[in-house]
Design a protein around this ligand. Structure first.
Ligand code: NDP
Length: 397
């Protein structure tokens, strides 16, 4: 039924490849391409399906991408490389007539800045070409948007308050490690906080606002208000929202390390001169930190990510909490990767499946909440990320 090209062979790419291979009725032809071909070959070996093709590609180069697309002729690209490559891959998709899906919005390399404008600007070109682009189809962004769309469709006339709550209660037994690409992760967390209220964006200091929130099967964990990219699209697509915030848990050890990293200048993203060579401190730090892909084996505990929503149904206020808990060990047993890669790679596969089945096929550039959430929610239960609902309980927020 469908020919798919996965770009990126990191933790998320590995999980996406495993899940794509498991759904061979939908994905009939598979290629994994990345900067380092040996990593793609290692994934194929781990999956044990020699029919999966691999290739080397520098996704910063439109020319290289176009050559690869023209030789493999995919119907859709799952972009799970880094956010820096989003625009070159979208450009190549337009040149070759390929549909597009990613899990993180474009970021320029020299500025940690999160907004959809660069990718939304491609809407008319994708529309005219008759191609679909699905943006932000991991867990958050991704499932967080699908959960919100599902709540709006089935349980609310108007959503007023949205809090996305992301808890990682796992323990990888390392002094400090990030759960996905360290460069992208540290850029995100060291940013100023921001949330939406009454039509305005309110800026806070980095990790300034925090409070304990109780997560199912985990208990209370200190949760910190961050800016997260889906807040931009969700407040636009659900204009009844009065306030939207994003919360993420961090342990004290993690925060102490992060503070030291920042204070000594290792989180800098500008180039410095080192013995006559230009290096970016944060990229150097990535090279010495544990590889997120190697955390899985000793990772214990669970993630719990969900949406806590307050709004109106039939004139009455109600609350709704929808969430998934994912065990790092179960994720590792299935794919060799930890839970954070798993919770991102599975929805990326489901998004591509929605496209190939014709359920999420609409020319233009779209965020996930602009499609029908029902078939996606059904697949989450089948593909390893089952969800649970709680109605009219105290949301703590
Ligand atoms: P990794 O760093 O583990 O993997 C990134 C992969 O992309 C590597 O294989 C890397 O190759 C490859 N790559 C980087 N630059 C290029 C390039 N120029 N050309 C070709 N390939 C390239 O990252 P993760 O797997 O942890 O994360 C992947 C994506 O998922 C990121 O964009 C991240 O922001 C996103 N994400 C989204 C989440 C969500 O819930 N929405 C949550 C977690 C992550 P090489 O190995 O050679 O360096």
């Amino acid at each position: 039924m469908g020919k798919v090209l996965i770009i990126g062979a990191g933790g998320v790419g590995t999980v996406a490849a495993f899940k794509v291979a498991q759904n061979s009725d939908v994905f009939t032809d598979i290629m994994i391409a990345s900067r380092t071909k040996s990593k793609c070959d290692a994934i194929v070996k781990a999956i044990g399906n020699p029919d999966i093709k691999t290739a080397a590609v520098d996704a910063d180069s439109v020319e290289e991408l176009v050559a690869l697309f023209n030789s493999f002729k995919p119907e859709i690209v799952i972009n799970v490389a880094l956010p820096y490559q989003d625009l070159t891959i979208m450009e190549a998709c337009l040149q070759c007539g390929v549909n597009y899906l990613d899990t993180a919005n474009y970021e320029p390399k020299d500025e940690a800045h999160f907004e959809y404008s660069w990718q939304w600007a491609y809407h008319e070109r994708f529309k005219e070409a008759g191609l679909t682009a699905i943006l932000g189809c991991g867990f958050d962004p991704g499932v967080s948007g699908v959960y919100t769309a599902y709540a709006a469709k089935h349980y609310f006339d108007e959503i007023h308050y949205l809090d996305i709550v992301d808890c990682n209660a796992g323990n990888h037994h390392k002094a400090f490690a990030t759960n996905f690409n360290p460069e992208i992760n540290i850029r995100e967390i060291t940013q100023k906080g921001r949330y939406y209220e009454d039509g305005k964006w309110i800026e806070t200091g980095a990790l300034e606002i925090h409070k304990p929130l109780t997560y199912p099967n985990i208990g209370p964990r200190e949760s910190y208000l961050l800016y997260h990219e889906e807040l931009e699209s969700l407040t636009k697509n659900f204009p009844t929202i009065k306030r939207a915030r994003f919360w993420m848990t961090f342990g004290q050890e993690y925060l102490t390390h992060l503070r030291v990293i920042q204070n000594i200048g290792m989180a800098r993203i500008d180039e410095i001169d080192y013995n006559g060579q230009k290096i970016v401190p944060l990229q150097f730090l990535k090279a010495v930190l544990p590889n997120p892909q190697d955390l899985g084996e000793n990772y214990e505990g669970e993630t719990s990510i969900g949406c806590r929503i307050r709004g109106i149904k039939d004139g009455k206020e109600r609350t709704y909490y929808v969430y998934n808990n994912c065990s790092h060990q179960e994720a590792y047993k299935e794919t060799g990767m930890q839970g954070v890669s798993y919770t991102t790679g599975v929805p990326a596969m489901i998004g591509a499946m929605m496209f190939l089945k014709g359920l999420w096929r609409r020319p233009g550039v779209w965020n996930v909440e602009q499609f029908d959430p029902d078939p996606f929610m059904e697949q989450l239960n089948k593909q390893g990320l089952p969800w649970h609902e709680e109605f009219d309980k105290n949301l703590e927020l």
